[in-house]
Write a protein that binds this ligand. Structure first.
Ligand SMILES: NC(=O)c1ccc[n+]([C@@H]2O[C@H](COP(=O)([O-])OP(=O)(O)OC[C@H]3O[C@@H](n4cnc5c(N)ncnc54)[C@H](O)[C@@H]3O)[C@@H](O)[C@H]2O)c1
Ligand SMILES: O=C(O)C(=O)C[C@@H](O)[C@H](O)[C@H](O)COP(=O)(O)O
Ligand SMILES: [Zn+2]
Length: 360
């Protein structure tokens, strides 16, 4: 399978490589002058992390593996501090590098460790989930959670390269694969309607890495992300569109103590955003309904089961969303297919009405 290379432009351009059996590309992406490499991986992928470490060691690097907690448990100040102390004890200097091997939680953590160690060392990501490949590992957003909310501490630190080895998806549980589809569908709604057509034509195939169009879906979603972050790394403008569905999603994740998959929360968040736009007269019924039908068809949730009682706390959490300015809540909404825009300071009654459409 010939690898595809998707270029991300900016101050330090890099490639997102999509294919299989890509480990041999790692030294090329690490670049010259690197002596020590820390491979940060989740505990569940210890064997994969060790294999990457062994491979690097065989190629002459002084490579260590850092075993971190699984999933969202990794995105904490404590785990970050643990990684810093491992790097310190191993004598990592500015010419050394970090490799993040795992899902989006791991690449967010690894990116943040790399961004902060000595004020920034090189990082290469090897995402092993669909969500990591199409979204988290690309674009340089790194971060951890605090008790007040999701991704509240972080930085923009683009990787030196991203290796998306599609064969790693074979061991990913179906639920996690489907969670990643939420970000793929997001890319479809905000920028690439062909994605929606491919999913609608074969929802069962879309929900599997063996599906006929799996690679095309991955590459199209990466292309959307690459295009947006190439033009606006620091989210001064249109990068905010990648946050479609995320304002409510992050509040749900916090309310659920990070036990929900990010993609599942984003799925409900997108239906909420579609309802907001519909109720505000900016989106027609058909496109709002298309959110529900496509997300449901691949097995993603479109209703938050905690009812009206959960709303006041969700609303409070949304106030610290990074798109808020002062007391003004801001949402990404659609004015049509692939026509994202912003909704600023919506009436509280409108917000409550949109929530009523996605809760039971
Ligand atoms: N930085 C960004 O731009 C960005 C974008 C989107 C999402 N995110 C973040 O990404 C995170 C979600 O990422 P995710 O959905 O990949 O979840 P995740 O990283 O929590 O991984 C999900 C689960 O899959 C396991 N896993 C990973 N790869 C596997 C494989 N190949 N085989 C078997 N199991 C495997 C993990 O150990 C974990 O238990 C969230 O924290 C979200 O905030 C960041
Ligand atoms: O890359 C971005 O920008 C995004 O918003 C992509 C999102 O899918 C991702 O979940 C991101 O981590 C959310 O960022 P945040 O700034 O809202 O924490
Ligand atoms: Zn996301």
């Amino acid at each position: 399978m010939t690898p595809t290379r998707i270029r991300v432009e900016g101050e330090s351009p890099y490639d997102v490589v999509v294919g299989s059996g890509l480990l041999g590309e790692l030294p090329g992406l690490l670049g010259s002058g690197v002596q020590r490499v820390a491979v940060i991986h989740p505990h569940a992928l210890a064997a994969t992390g060790e294999a990457v470490r062994d491979d690097l060691a065989a190629q002459g690097y002084d490579a260590i593996a850092i075993d971190t907690p699984d999933a969202e448990e990794a995105k904490t100040a404590e785990v970050t501090a643990f990684c810093w102390s491992v790097l310190g004890q191993a004598g990592f200097t500015r010419s050394d590098a970090v490799v993040g091997v795992g899902g989006g939680a791991t690449t967010d953590l690894a990116g943040f460790v790399a961004a902060t160690w000595l004020r920034g060392v090189r990082v290469v990501h090897v995402p092993t989930t669909l969500l990591g490949m199409v979204d988290a590992a690309v674009g340089g957003k790194t971060g951890i959670n605090t008790s007040e909310g999701k991704n509240l501490v972080g930085s923009f630190h683009p990787p030196a390269g991203v290796l998306c080895d599609l064969s790693t998806l074979d061991t990913l549980p179906r639920n996690d694969y489907v969670a990643g589809l939420a970000e793929v569908v997001k890319a479809g709604f905000i920028a690439d309607p062909r994605i929606l057509e491919l999913v609608e034509a074969d929802p069962e195939g879309a929900a599997s890495p063996q599906g006929q169009h799996a690679r095309e879906l991955v590459e199209r979603a990466i292309a959307v992300k690459a295009r947006v972050v190439s033009a606006d790394l620091r989210e001064a403008g249109d990068r905010e569109f990648l946050n479609y569905g995320h304002t409510l999603a992050h509040a749900i994740e916090k309310a659920e103590r990070y036990q929900w998959r990010h993609g599942a929360a984003v799925s409900i968040g997108m239906v909420f955003a579609a309802e907001l736009a519909r109720l505000a007269g900016r989106l027609d019924d058909e496109l709002a309904d298309r959110h529900r039908s496509i997300l449901t068809s691949v097995g993603l949730p479109v209703v938050y089961p905690k009812g009206a009682a959960a709303w006041p706390k969700l609303l409070d959490t949304m106030k610290v969303d990074k798109k808020s300015r002062g007391n003004l809540l801001r949402f990404i909404v659609l004015d049509g297919l692939a026509r994202p825009g912003r909704l600023e300071g919506p009436d509280p009654a409108l917000l409550a009405a949109a929530y009523a459409e996605v809760s039971e």
